[in-house]
Design a protein around this ligand. Structure first.
Ligand SMILES: *Cc1c(COP(=O)(O)O)cnc(C)c1O
Length: 424
């Protein structure tokens, strides 16, 4: 028998230490402005699904083909997630089980590659992702990973250069899409390169999934053999991954690569929460939200350019604004620190042509997804960009203290005007 209160006592009473950390995190999210591009704010409904008793259920396999009994509701909720993902992206098949974006990519490698096969992806320091063949990731240790970059002057992908690299490397798989690339991707151009060398094309749309779903970014489904994404960035859901394809013949190899290939049982509470966020994304309001994400990112980029900052590619087609601080007298890590002091949460990021190690970096990456969810519009994002410019300009002149104080007050004011999650 469990101890008294096991099924009824609230966390705050049972475990005040953990409750204090969670409460602190709630306050942090309420009181600072979230500009990390990999983050968002999920709905109350999504949180409820994530914290539901389906967390107790263990299933392996797929709806209708489970290895354990009692799967009626597990099947129902996973089917909902699958159907919604297919509808949202116009895909012939969806796998909603990947525990994260990296797991989704690993499963795709398992589906199409043998160890040591050559792959070609965007370089991490130019905006790629660890799971795209970085030497410290299993994708780079087990595959023969090669990379393409961006044009050093424009900051954009040069498809002719990618094609030339592909002819040298003869990859079995090409990945397009990344974590810090602010421009839209020419999926059909990538497909032409892939076809020329006989490679599988994977589009990783983690940072633009919401824009893709609403037609605000080119659609990879008709061009890429496989599409992977996370669900917690621009798709506004919980932590997790998705794999999509427009080709019904690829459904089986993808599904068996996820299970039993690289994963065991399903994180069903995450699948339930994915179903909720996908349902939300199918509503017309989501298209308005996605359009605002883009408008807001562009407004931020515009103000920063006006204020003399080097915005990589001069603007953005995505939620991401990448700022190159190489000539601003500030490292990425110093910028991240001083902005955090002011209540503006960003991450340091490498920039094309990076000269510093990644833990220092020469840039910062800003994202508009979480702030837009909070309700900030173009006017607020212009203000936020002005605040960022004020803080960075002062920090570069080694006189940030007063500006940080003023900014902190402006941030608090903005946060009070756009509250998130009522206090428990
Ligand atoms: C965030 C991201 C991923 C996956 O990250 P996880 O932390 O494993 O969820 C994969 N690819 C890209 C391009 C990303 O931005």
């Amino acid at each position: 028998m469990p101890h008294e209160g096991y099924f009824t006592a609230p966390l705050a009473r049972v475990d005040p230490a953990v409750a204090a950390s969670l409460h602190g995190e709630l306050r942090r999210q309420q009181d600072q402005i979230e500009l990390i591009a990999s983050e968002n704010l999920v709905s109350k409904a999504t949180l409820e699904a994530m914290g539901s008793v389906i967390v107790n259920k263990t299933v392996e396999g797929y709806p209708g083909k489970r290895y354990y009994g009692g799967a009626e509701f597990a099947d129902a909720v996973e089917r909902l997630a699958i159907e919604r993902a297919m509808e949202l992206f116009g895909a012939a098949h969806a796998n909603v089980q990947p525990h994260s974006g990296s797991q989704a990519n690993l499963a795709v490698f398992a589906a199409f590659l043998d160890p040591s096969d050559p792959i070609l992806a965007m370089d991490l320091s130019m905006g790629g992702h660890l799971s795209h063949g970085s030497p410290v990731n299993i994708s780079g240790r087990w595959m023969d990973a090669h990379h393409y970059g961006v044009d050093p002057h424009s900051g954009r992908i040069d498809l002719d250069a990618v094609a030339a690299r592909a002819r040298q490397v003869r990859p079995k798989l090409i990945i397009c899409g990344g974590s810090a690339y602010p421009r839209s991707i020419d999926f059909s151009g990538f497909r032409a390169v892939a076809d020329e060398v006989g490679a599988v094309l994977v589009a990783d749309i983690a940072h633009v999934a919401g824009l893709v779903a609403t037609g605000l970014h080119p659609d990879p489904i008709p061009h890429a053999h496989v599409v992977t994404t996370t669900t917690y960035k621009n798709l506004r859901g919980v932590r997790g991954g998705l794999i999509l394809t427009g080709d019904p013949d690829l459904a089986r190899p993808i599904d068996s690569a996820v299970f039993p290939g690289v994963q065991g049982s399903v994180i069903l509470n995450a699948v339930a929460a994915k179903a909720v966020c996908l349902g939300e994304a199918l509503r017309p309001e989501f298209a308005d939200w996605a359009a605002a994400v883009l408008t807001n990112a562009r407004a931020m980029a515009e103000v920063l350019v006006e204020r003399g900052f080097a915005v990589v590619t001069g603007g953005t087609d995505t939620p991401i604004v990448l700022v190159d601080l190489t000539d601003a007298g500030l490292t990425g890590s110093a910028a991240q620190r001083v902005l955090e002091d002011a209540g503006l949460t960003v991450n340091k990021n490498t920039v094309p042509g990076e000269t510093r190690p990644p833990w220092v970096a020469s840039g910062i990456r800003l994202g508009s997804s979480a702030g837009t969810t909070r309700g900030f519009g173009e006017e607020e994002f212009r203000t936020i960009a002005e605040l960022i410019a004020d803080v960075l300009t002062a920090a570069a002149a080694r006189e940030a203290t007063a500006v940080v104080d003023v900014t902190r007050r402006a941030v608090t004011d903005l946060c009070r005007r756009f509250p998130i999650y009522p206090a428990p």
